[in-house]
Structure formats: C-alpha cells, structure tokens
Ligand binder design. Structure first.
Ligand code: XMP
Length: 511
C-alpha cells in the first residue's frame, strides 16, 4: 500500500481517497507509528499529511529521519512538506505572510512532479511557516507570494513535496499532482480497481471460510448488501442472510429488503422479528453512546439466536458485517484516532462475541463500496441508496426511545423522504436524517387552539464519504412542502426546523 501518515489534520482521509482514485491502494497510519511499524506494512510509497501545528511548536510531531533511508518514495504535503524539509536539512521559517485559502502559485522549473501543470495556477494553502531553503539535492519547483519554496523534488531518491493541499477540491489540478507523484516520482502502477478488489476478496473469503457456514446481517443499506453479495459470490449457499427487524426501521424498509435484495441475488434470507428485544433493552435510555452499545449488543444476540434457529447445535462460525473504513476510523479503531461515535458494528460489539467476523469492506470508503456493488451486478437503486445507520431511528430520537415516538418519527420521515424523492433530489442529497426532539416541546397554534408539541429536524447533507459534509441548500419550495405536510399530518409535531451545520463541527446524525 501507499501509507498516508496522519499528522492530525482532517486531510489524511482525503489524501487516502485521492490516492485510491488514482487506482493505487492506500492506508492511513498515525504519526505516532514508528518507522519500523510503517515499514512493516511494506509501503510502496509514503505520504506525509498536513497537520495543525507549526514544526517549531514544542511537542510538534516530527518525522524520524530514518524514514528517508528506507529506499521508499516520500511525498510531503503542507505540514508534511515542512517536516520533510526540516528532517532532510532544509530551512523552515516563520515568515510574515501566512497564506490561507486560494493562493496564486508560479511554477519555476519543469519536473516529473509538475508534469502537465501550467506556469501559474490557483491552489489551496493553509500555513503560517514556510520552507525558505530546500534540502540539498532537491530542486526548487514553484513559489507563491508568501512561500519561496512551494514545491521541491529529488526525483532520483523519489522524494517530493508541496506546500499546498493537492487533495482538496479547491486546488486546481490537485489530482494531477498526486498522480504525478505516484506514477512519475514513485513509479507506481494504477492497478487497484473494483474488479481486482472483488477478485482478491473472493479468494480471501474462500480461504478463511473453507466449507463452513456463514451468517450475514442485512440492514437494507448498501454496505451490508455489497458485503453479502461479495460473500455469496465467494461461497454460494454456505451463506444465510438475516434481516433483523429491530423496530427502529423506517416505514416500508423491511419489505423493501425482502423484495429488492433477494430478487437481485437469490440469497437465502431469514427475517427475525426482534422488536420486543430491542425496545425492552432500550427502555429508559437516553444517552447516545449507551443506545449505540445496546443496539450493537442486541444485534449480535439476535444473530446468535438466528444462528441457533438455522443451524441448531452445529452453530455458525462466521458473521459478515458491512463495516467500512470510516466506521473503523471514527470508532477509534483506526490507530490513534479519537472515538467520536461507537458505530454499532465496531465499537458497539459485545466482548463475548461468538462469531468470527468477516468484514470484506473494512478497507473501503463509501464510493468504493458502491463501485464494488456495481461490479457485483447489484441493481442501481440498491447501490445508490442513501445511507441509513444500523442503530436506525434509535439515534434519531433525542431522548428515550418508545414505540409511540418511533411511530411519530416514522410518519414524519416518510413524508420527508417522499417529498425529497418527488423533487428528484435523492442523488443530490447524500442523506437526510429526520430527527425527533422528543424531550423538547414548544408552543404552537393550530385551528385556533394552543398546541404543545415536538419539533422535527431535517438534516439534509451533501457529502462524498460521510467523513465531512455540508448542509444541503434544499429549494425553499421543497422545505415548505415537507414542513406543511408534517405539521398538518403528524399529530404532536407543531414545528419543523432545518439543520444548517456542516461536518465538522456537527456530525451527520444527531447522536
Ligand atoms: P456521523 O453521524 O458520524 O455519520 O457523521 C456518518 C455516517 O455514518 C452513518 N452512521 C452509522 N452507520 N452504524 C452505521 O451503520 C452506526 O452506528 C452509524 N452511525 C452513523 C450516518 O448515517 C452517516 O451516513
């Protein structure tokens, strides 16, 4: 893999995705990993990410110079560029001009790193310190007003770096620079494709499973559907899928899975009615992390019960989960990352898990899962479904989960989804959680009478991978229609509000 070393900004994920868009497989490691740990992954190249600190700040993460004697190509970006300059004997200074945002760049010298890049272009910068002298052996390739050395390279050794952020969408020709590094400087071949991914996973699953039985939990979402389809491709009817109806679903969801997925794959599907189990376990609980852990645990208990029902004493050894790379990183499973939320299928798993997990999508971002789904022949509607979290409506009721509240939220959600689809916005909007503020009440007036009801929050967002998101500018007419219908048709809802927070600082779900 190409290893992206995360210096603590939010850009490492983005870099990893851009590398994969160049069809080269990449993984992220924290800057606290030792050189030995990094080299143990047998990297084809290393990319040092941006970071929030100054290379001079006390405790600022440093780059161990040993990294540069391993014969592995290295690309430094922003902070990584400066740390690289410093480790190799260049000079980094606090100059008077900080550059944030759009910056005019001038190319000074042709080089394989900047092949195909025009003389001048606009790039995205975010820095206070600058490299004023490149290390010995490096060519000085570009500058900006505030940055005497904005790019350098020593192509003989496979080293290069840029002060700007080639990974962000605002930078012109950013992807080209990343690809230039990968292909021209590091000499890598673009061979990481969905086709190869599917083939590799099929071989790995066969080797892991042998002739044993496998259970797969289907949620109706893209991830579990693609994971199931992949495992089915690998081991055929050794696989049984279970759809756990935990009562936290949206209207019509259970029926849709039975209809769509089974029709597309012909997989063996068991539907388990576990509404009572989940509602009892969630009774009296309002804390988000506790809810998540309860749902994670009860999912597993449901799968165990299903396994006994299907295979009796013999049992089932393996459980497939559609865990994705962002789930792993956000649950704190990615080395060194902070635990923001316990995704029900990662941080929410009970300790006494009786299954061995098969998680074929654990290294993928969402768009890559969709590509794999297409590769596996799943229908468009299924591959492009908007994400829906495993804990379902439990994390969209702010407060205790009760059946009555679930029914309220389901009614409001059905209206919102219907109108979004009717407006043709399903693809433009990444997802639109509808949230019930169950413990909040406000005064309203309806038909001359005072009401004292609950607000519903619409949370439409646009995103590429759910790691970052922006709030969607829904047309006013669509918001109006949703608001009018919900307040007219759903008793007890007397107010509709729209969440206009990006991620960060907000997350997509409210809990
Ligand atoms: P957040 O709220 O963390 O959500 O910004 C990012 C994406 O993940 C979904 N999500 C989950 N999906 N299990 C899931 O399968 C979970 O526990 C979970 N929590 C959040 C969320 O809907 C969004 O797409």
């Amino acid at each position: 893999p190409v290893i992206v070393i995360d210096f603590g900004a939010q850009y490492a994920q983005l870099i990893a995705r851009r590398v994969r868009e160049a069809h080269v497989y990449s993984e992220i490691m924290p800057h606290t990993a030792s050189v030995a740990e990094v080299l143990a992954r047998d990297p084809q190249a290393i990319i040092l990410s941006g970071g929030p600190q100054s290379v001079y700040a006390s405790g600022a993460p440093q780059v161990d110079p040993a990294l540069f004697s391993a014969g592995v190509p290295v690309f430094g970006i922003c902070y990584g560029f400066q740390a690289m300059a410093q480790a190799l004997g260049g000079v980094v200074r606090r100059t008077d001009t900080s550059e944030f945002g759009r910056t005019h760049l001038e190319v000074d010298e042709p080089s394989p790193l900047l092949a195909g890049i025009p003389q001048t272009l606009n790039v995205w910068m975010s820095h206070g310190d600058s490299v004023t002298q490149e290390p010995a052996g490096f060519g000085r390739l570009a500058h900006s007003l505030g940055t005497p050395v904005a790019a350098f390279a020593d192509t003989d050794r496979g080293f290069a770096g840029v002060q700007w952020h080639p990974e962000v969408a605002h930078t012109e020709l950013g992807q080209q620079v990343i690809e230039n590094f990968l292909y021209n400087v590091a000499g890598l071949t673009p061979d990481w494709t969905s086709e190869n991914f599917v083939a590799e996973q099929i071989a790995a699953i066969r080797a892991q499973v042998g002739d044993r039985q496998v259970l797969c939990g289907l949620s109706g979402g893209v991830d579990s559907a693609v994971a199931a389809a992949l495992v089915q491709r690998a081991i055929g009817d050794q696989l049984t899928c279970v759809f756990v109806d935990h009562g936290l679903l949206r209207a019509g969801e259970a029926e849709q899975v039975e209809k769509d997925f089974v029709a597309a794959t012909g997989v063996r599907l068991v539907v388990a009615d576990e509404k009572d189990r989940f509602l009892e376990a969630l009774a009296g609980v309002s804390d988000p992390e506790t809810k998540r852990k309860i749902v994670g645990r009860e999912f597993i208990r449901s799968f165990e019960a299903a396994a006994r029902a299907i295979a009796g004493e013999r049992g089932i050894d393996f459980l497939v989960q559609g865990t994705l790379y962002p789930d792993v990183v956000e649950s704190g499973g990615g080395d060194g990352a902070a635990n923001i939320k316990s995704h029900h299928n990662v941080g929410g798993l009970p300790d006494d898990l009786q299954f061995t997990l098969i998680e074929p999508l654990r290294t993928l971002f969402k768009d890559e899962v969709r590509a794999a789904g297409v590769e596996l022949g799943l229908p468009e509607e299924m591959v492009w479904r908007q994400p829906f979290p495993g804990p379902g409506l439990a994390i969209r009721i702010i407060g205790e989960v009760t059946w009555e509240r679930l029914e309220l939220l389901r009614a409001a959600d059905a209206i919102a989804r219907h109108e979004l689809t009717a407006a043709g916005l399903d693809r433009a909007v990444w997802q639109m959680p509808v949230v019930l503020l169950a413990d909040v009440r406000s005064v309203g007036v309806q038909g001359d009478g005072r009401t004292y009801g609950h607000p519903i929050v619409l949370r439409p967002v646009s995103s590429e991978d759910a790691m970052t998101a922006d709030w969607s500018r829904l047309p006013y007419e669509v918001i109006e229609k949703i608001s009018t219908r919900i307040t007219n048709e759903v008793r007890q809802i007397n107010r509709v509000v729209v969440d206009v927070t990006s991620k960060p600082p907000g997350t997509i779900e409210w809990e």
